[in-house]
Design a binder for this molecule. Structure first.
Ligand SMILES: Nc1ncnc2c1ncn2[C@@H]1O[C@H](COP(=O)(O)OP(=O)(O)OP(=O)(O)O)[C@@H](O)[C@H]1O
Length: 254
């Protein structure tokens, strides 16, 4: 892998959206130590949709958190659009999290007292930016919420709430949108609609999506599936079908 800029937020070289090089993560110490990641290396290209799968406890969430700068690896390097995040101060890392990555969680995590539009613009306001109304409207239209801007989360369905969360994640024009089980709280049909939307933001708008999932059908929406087992990247699958993903999972768990 090529040489990377260190500690400079302003000068990314975006040949990869996310790059992990020998990433390890150890929780706890001594006898209590849990090796959640044991040297994971992978490059994720801009404008691609990647699914991360593996048995429970295999390190999927840890992978996502380290890749997104939510957590610092114990060893190895993580670069986001060319920026090596290991060298960043806490302040720069917070800035990167606010502006260069978007997050979507299973449990939507919306602020109930704010309207959909206010939830969407929150990351901009937290970063001290004045929201550009036209851009906010554009993002809300992209996720199919153009007519729901003034609704509060309690007045929206689960699928609509997840769309608000996706718009909120995209509003800062992040390098990567990370999603942790984004359909886990949704019924099957609504979950498929959200997956189709994630596929669309990649295909139509060139976003980069990295998604953790347990569901082979969800993974089949991705361009590539990464399989983790016991903290190690053990396999990848390009242009996955749900059957092929399910088959690999059965062999990993068996
Ligand atoms: N904060 C923590 N402190 C200690 N151990 C942790 C912590 N977070 C995760 N672990 C451990 O690290 C390992 C990997 O956990 P992780 O949550 O990344 O797995 P996962 O594949 O996302 O699991 P699941 O599919 O069950 O959500 C597990 O053994 C877990 O118990």
């Amino acid at each position: 892998m090529g040489k990377r800029a260190t500690g400079v937020l302003e000068a990314p070289s975006a040949t990869t959206a996310v790059s992990l090089d020998g990433v390890t993560k150890v929780y706890g110490r001594g006898n209590e130590a849990v090796h959640a990641l044991r040297g994971v290396s992978v490059d994720i290209r801009p404008g691609s949709f990647t699914a991360v799968m593996g048995p429970s406890g295999s390190g999927k969430s840890t992978f996502l958190h380290c890749a997104a700068g939510l957590d610092r690896p114990t060893g190895g390097r993580v670069a986001l659009a060319g920026t090596d995040i290991a060298g960043l101060s806490e302040t720069k890392l917070t800035e990167l999290r606010r502006t260069r990555v978007g997050f979507v969680f299973q449990a939507f995590n919306l602020v109930p007292s704010l309207t959909a539009e206010q939830n969407v613009t929150l990351p901009l306001r937290l970063a001290g930016q004045r929201p550009d109304k036209r851009w906010v409207h554009e993002v809300m239209s992209r996720v199919g919420l153009g007519d729901r801007a003034k609704h509060r989360p309690g007045q929206l369905s689960g699928g609509q709430q997840q769309r608000v969360a996706i718009a909120r994640a995209l509003v800062t024009r992040p390098d990567v949108l990370f999603a942790d089980e984004p359909t886990g709280a949704l019924d099957t049909r609504t979950g498929r609609e959200v997956l189709a939307l994630l596929r669309e933001v990649v295909d139509q708008y060139g976003h980069t999506v990295v998604m953790v999932t347990h569901d082979p059908v969800a993974a089949s929406y991705a361009d590539r599936v990464l399989f983790l087992a016991d903290g190690t990247l053990v396999d990848t699958l390009e242009q996955p079908t749900a059957d092929a993903v399910a088959d690999r999972m059965i062999h990993m768990e068996g």
